[in-house]
Design a protein around this ligand. Structure first.
Ligand SMILES: Nc1ncnc2c1ncn2[C@@H]1O[C@H](COP(=O)(O)OP(=O)(O)OP(=O)(O)O)[C@@H](O)[C@H]1O
Ligand SMILES: [Mg+2]
Length: 243
């Protein structure tokens, strides 16, 4: 679970916390890869019911969103509700969190279904084809979409319109940095290490930190950052340690 402590009052994480506390239930998190967008969407302000997650690809089908018929014996089929409907229901019908990752890739039928699932609470409803029950999102239903494109125009306009608040996540959360060794926190926060223009994601920092404990810094740097860049990464860390 994320802590509510922040290094800077003005950070993107402060914006997210304030928006959620103000009761906004639809937020788009976008920006560079590996800054913790999905992690935050899965954990931030999520109640007792674990978040449901959908990852959009060109092949995502409507059935993977709302559910499909499944064989349960000879000539018997049952409808299995998908992640969006499970999130609508949440624990005890109160509604939970739906996370829609890589949303810029949604297209075709899946996009239409996502539009229906993220519609305003007053309009959203879906009928279970097996029981004919009408389902509506519970009062605590929330959706977070994530995308690592930097241009919001790449996200289908109809979907974006359902998410009036978009926050560009440009740095890892303080709790993500806290689990790194202290010498890696500042570069991880800046998102770079070694050659100035080279972006390094949180995932690489975690892998480097873990590997150097087992294999030593030189091999870890070579394995994570490659032969060309590994040495300059080590030089950058050595210089930072003198400061
Ligand atoms: N607050 C956190 N505490 C602990 N680990 C974290 C935290 N935030 C992110 N991480 C870890 O950092 C890595 C990258 O996070 P995540 O997958 O959320 O990034 P992302 O911004 O969604 O990346 P992408 O744009 O590539 O999908 C993951 O291994 C995740 O578990
Ligand atoms: Mg992600």
């Amino acid at each position: 679970m994320l802590t509510e402590s922040f290094d800077e009052d003005e950070s993107c994480w402060r914006d997210l916390a304030d928006v959620l506390s103000a009761g906004i239930s639809r937020v788009l998190l976008y920006g560079p890869s590996g800054t913790g967008k999905t992690y935050a969407a899965l954990h931030h302000n999520v109640g007792s019911c674990p978040a449901e997650r959908l990852v959009c690809t060109e092949d995502l089908t409507s059935g993977e969103i709302t559910g499909t018929w499944m064989p349960v014996g000879e000539n018997r089929w049952e409808w299995r509700e998908g992640p969006a409907i499970r999130a609508w229901r949440g624990a005890g019908g109160l509604g939970g969190r739906l996370v829609v990752d890589e949303v810029d890739r949604a297209s075709g039928d899946a996009l239409s279904t996502l539009l229906a699932m993220t519609d305003s609470p007053e309009s959203a409803r879906w009928r279970n084809p097996e029981t004919s029950e009408w389902v509506r999102p519970g009062p605590q239903f929330s959706v977070m979409m994530t995308s690592n494109c930097d241009d919001l125009d790449e996200i289908p306009a109809s979907l974006r319109d359902r998410f009036p608040v978009s926050i560009r996540i440009d740095q890892p959360h303080a709790s993500a940095l806290a689990s790194l060794s202290s010498d890696l926190r500042a570069p991880a926060r800046a998102g770079s290490l070694g050659p100035a223009s080279r972006r390094v994601s949180l995932r690489c920092f975690y892998a480097f930190d873990e590997l150097r404990r087992h294999l030593g810094p030189a091999r870890a740097a070579r394995l994570v950052f490659g032969d060309d860049v590994g040495t300059s990464v080590l030089d950058a860390l050595a210089i930072a340690s003198l400061a």
